[in-house]
Design a binder for this molecule. Structure first.
Ligand code: TPP
Ligand code: SF4
Length: 253
């Protein structure tokens, strides 16, 4: 007998979203990417927009996002997702178009594309996974790496005089007139997941209202890059990342 055969449907309190494909994920245990994918799948299912949603995937660990969410995807070269999303949204204005980018992708090599797409006020949602490190390539320093934070290219910790300050992209983008919504969220607790879900849904809805660009930053963990267990990563993130990248809305018009 299969476990599904003995479940009384009336007692079912949780069901996996059908927008997620039934395949194992390659993400490390404790990685935030998987949680954010699940939220996206749930929102897309609840909004009933599976056939109207196009994601633009980054270079980085989320390069395989297309395997996990059953929507249309376009993969963009490193950092170019906002430029690619611009073209897609302008050609297909009736689609919900979002980019999904890490901090190496969005805040390093893609800084120019991000700023110009936001400044133009493209009607897209940008989902920005800030784990403060280059995860996929083995944990190198990113512009977002904290002062003193160790990485493979800053083994003694990020040094302010040499590497400068951590780059707060959300703060910077909130200044731009083309941007209607900027919020910083996380997915390390059930309450945080619920808030992040509402934020991503709002960003997708905004993209259909000609309001301009919406950015949802998710302050995230990279347990492998940080060389920590999943539980240690969550604690470290709260203690060290949140003071530099505080939670909450930066802009909402
Ligand atoms: C033009 C270019 N430069 C560098 C690379 C190598 N590269 C691939 S993924 C990556 C880091 C991605 O880090 P991030 O965007 O923070 O995503 P994460 O893996 O942490 O989710 C780099 C540097 C590349 N693929 N293309
Ligand atoms: S390397 Fe980091 S960002 Fe990549 S899957 Fe592992 S934990 Fe996630």
């Amino acid at each position: 007998m299969n476990v599904c055969d003995i479940i009384n449907p009336e007692n079912l309190v949780y069901e996996k979203t059908t927008v997620m494909n039934d395949v194992p994920m390659h993400y490390c245990p404790g990685c935030s990417h998987g949680v954010v994918h699940k939220i996206l799948g749930e929102i897309i299912q609840e909004m009933d927009i599976q056939d109207k949603t196009i994601g633009v995937a980054p270079v980085g660990c989320a390069v395989f996002a297309y395997k996990y969410l059953d929507i249309d995807w376009q993969q963009a070269a490193h950092g170019r997702a906002p430029a690619v999303a611009t073209a897609i949204k302008r050609l297909l204005p009736d689609r919900y178009v979002f980019t999904y980018q890490g901090d190496g992708d969005l805040a390093a090599i893609g800084t120019a594309e991000t700023i110009h797409a936001c400044n133009r006020g493209e009607n897209i949602a940008i989902i920005y996974i800030n784990n403060g490190i280059y995860g996929m390539t083995g944990g190198q320093m990113a512009p977002t790496t904290l002062i003193g934070m160790k990485s493979t290219t800053s083994p003694k910790g990020r040094d302010l005089p040499i590497a400068g300050h951590p780059l707060d992209m959300s703060k910077l983008l909130a200044q731009l007139d083309g941007v209607c919504y900027v919020t910083r969220q996380s997915v390390h607790t059930v309450a945080a997941v619920r808030k992040a879900k509402k934020a991503i849904q709002k960003a997708l809805e905004n993209s259909m209202q000609n309001k301009g660009t919406s950015i949802v930053e998710i302050v995230s963990t990279c347990s492998s890059g940080w060389r920590m267990t999943p539980a240690e990563s969550n604690d470290w993130m709260v203690e060290n990342m949140f003071p530099v990248y505080p939670m909450g809305d930066l802009k909402n018009i």
